[in-house]
Design a protein around this ligand. Structure first.
Ligand SMILES: C[S@@+](CC[C@H](N)C(=O)[O-])C[C@H]1O[C@@H](n2cnc3c(N)ncnc32)[C@H](O)[C@@H]1O
Length: 240
């Protein structure tokens, strides 16, 4: 897995924020152009890799549509056994840009987000920072805890979470390669291992939910049931 080597700011108004991330993630901060992989902090923070970049905004684009329709996340809700009166405590072991985690938070669930890649994690934090200052969003943000760690090293307290949610990277198909953001992340992260088998082996969660591409041949585990979506499946293992 590759990661960023520096945090860059061009406008002095982002100096303090850049230093904050630099100290938090132990990454060099500079106002000069960066190495191959770096994050540029501004009003629309960018993750650079090999000359191209991605952003991660929750305020516009296709993800805003998902946010507006969060109550229609029927498959996700089914997979976690959502009950509005009894919110779940979810461990999101592969938080990425935080899209699924933010859906959980909007649905009233509390989420511990584990992500090992610092560049990706800063994009997630920046998306939360740039949200409108409305109570509705503030409440969702309060339900999110972010931890920079490899999920396989995370020491889990069995009383702490009701379920673990895993969305590992998968090789993008030719069709999906047209999706700029997915192709970028695939190239930036490089070949990724799949932490699913680790969680299955530990057997410390009552429920394990794994997001998989359709028709994925799973060797990591045998699910109890599948919740089928239009482009992905949620494989659910319920431990008795
Ligand atoms: C497909 S993305 C997750 C997308 C996320 N569900 C979302 O909605 O934005 C997978 C992410 O898992 C992270 N990841 C993979 N293995 C991990 C591990 N063992 N521990 C922590 N993070 C991991 C990768 O760095 C990547 O950002």
């Amino acid at each position: 897995m590759s990661d960023i080597k520096s945090i860059i700011f061009r406008d002095n108004k982002f100096k303090e924020l850049s230093k904050h991330y630099g100290e938090k993630y132990q990454i060099e901060v500079s106002d000069k152009p960066g190495h191959n992989n770096f994050v540029l902090i501004d009003d629309n923070t960018k993750l650079f890799h090999k000359g191209s970049f991605i952003t991660n905004s929750f305020n516009y684009g296709p993800f805003l549509n998902r946010i507006k329709n969060f109550e229609r996340e029927h498959q996700l809700k089914k997979a976690i056994s959502y009950k509005s009166i009894k919110p779940k405590r979810i461990l999101d072991a592969t938080a990425g840009l935080g899209h699924d985690a933010f859906m959980f938070a909007l649905l009233g669930q509390s989420v511990t987000c584990i992500e090992r890649n610092k560049g990706i994690l800063i994009l997630f934090e920046e998306a939360l920072r740039m949200l409108p200052k409305e109570t509705y969003y503030k409440n969702a943000k309060r339900r999110i805890e972010i931890i920079n760690k490899d999920a396989s090293e995370y020491t889990h307290n069995p009383q702490g979470h009701d379920l673990v949610y895993i969305d590992p990277m998968f090789e993008v198909s030719k069709k999906l390669r047209r999706n700029k953001s997915l192709s970028f992340i695939n190239s930036y992260l490089g070949k990724e291992d799949d932490v699913t088998a680790d969680f299955v082996k530990k057997n410390s969660f009552r429920r394990i939910v794994v997001k998989r591409p359709k028709n994925f041949k799973d060797f990591a585990f045998k699910e109890s049931f599948v919740v089928s979506g239009s482009s992905v499946d949620f494989k659910v293992l319920v431990n008795s």
